[in-house]
Design a protein around this ligand. Structure first.
Ligand SMILES: NC(=O)c1ccc[n+]([C@@H]2O[C@H](COP(=O)([O-])OP(=O)(O)OC[C@H]3O[C@@H](n4cnc5c(N)ncnc54)[C@H](OP(=O)(O)O)[C@@H]3O)[C@@H](O)[C@H]2O)c1
Length: 260
């Protein structure tokens, strides 16, 4: 039997834009109760209103910086207050992204540190803090957002690729560690998707970011959100371990079809 999300608590990190915001709307449409975190609280407020409109039974938000242990602890303390005696059904570790496109020879410490902090350590911190609130044997799930970059290296992507390869291995280790608890663990690994991802990577240079998607038909945030809902609504005994999703126009990283 399909797992219903109606009335269940769903926590989404990085819910202020892109996949996370679309996931909030999509899980809202399933009648879930949402707990949304990110650093831009004004954007979270907007997303919470949209997800409520889509059908969320509740949509609560709180500032969260996954790069800081204290922020994660404060956030999870707030989560515990909100859910009370109810369990946290779904944790979506989505917060993250890439910073810069420099080679290793030209790389900047601040970019390297930001990528490891959010994509790797942030995911670990959130998971450690949220696990005690997750019920056993009730179809609860942790979905981590990886990337095709975690499977294939490319020039200028060394640390982002390392971070997402780290995400993949943490997901695999966690699945082994949680065997017998009934808590499901999976990773959804997208390819080229048009969100604010490239704007962040190019440090606000919208023209450079736009070029990444020029002439091609990338995935949308909604495509990923729909996939996340599908993964989470499989029957409680079914675990989607690893799912790679790419646009048809992307045969591989760096092998993208562009209409001229
Ligand atoms: N778009 C793609 O092509 C693509 C492909 C594969 C994987 N991904 C991955 O998908 C995830 C979502 O990215 P997206 O494409 O939706 O990009 P996005 O639109 O830039 O969204 C990234 C989200 O992560 C949040 N975030 C970043 N650092 C954070 C931190 N330290 N603490 C809390 N929240 C943080 C941002 O919120 P605030 O800035 O408000 O904190 C934002 O909500 C990322 O993990 C990314 O690596 C993206």
């Amino acid at each position: 039997m399909k797992t219903s999300l109606r009335g269940k608590w769903v926590l989404v990190t990085g819910a202020s834009s892109g996949f996370g915001a679309a996931a909030a709307r999509a899980f809202g449409a399933e009648g879930a109760k949402l707990l949304l975190g990110a650093r831009r609280v004004d954007r979270l407020e907007q997303v919470a209103a949209e997800s409520k409109k889509a059908g969320a039974l509740e949509s609560q938000f709180h500032e969260l910086d996954v790069a800081k242990t204290r922020s994660v602890e404060r956030f999870v303390g707030w989560v515990r207050e909100k859910i009370g005696r109810e369990g946290l059904h779904l944790l979506i570790n989505n917060a993250g992204g890439a910073h810069g496109v420099e080679t290793v020879a030209e790389g900047k410490d601040a970019d390297w540190e930001a990528m490891i902090q959010s994509n790797v350590l942030g995911l670990l911190r959130m998971t450690r803090a949220a696990l005690p609130s997750m019920p056993r044997d009730a179809g609860a799930m942790i979905i981590n957002i990886g990337s095709v970059a975690g499977h294939t290296a490319y020039e200028g992507g060394s640390v982002y690729c390392a971070a997402k390869a780290g995400e993949l291995q943490i997901t695999r280790a966690l699945r082994l560690e949680l065997l017998g608890t009934g808590i499901r663990v999976g990773t959804v690994d997208p390819g080229l998707a048009e969100t604010e991802f490239s704007i962040v990577r190019y440090k606000g240079d919208a023209a450079k970011a736009k070029k990444v998607y020029e002439g091609t038909h990338p995935l949308t945030a909604e495509d990923i959100a729909e996939t996340l809902v599908w993964v989470a609504t499989r029957p409680a005994h079914v675990n989607i371990d690893e799912l790679i999703i790419k646009p048809v126009d992307q045969a591989a990283i760096g092998k993208v079809f562009r209409r001229t």
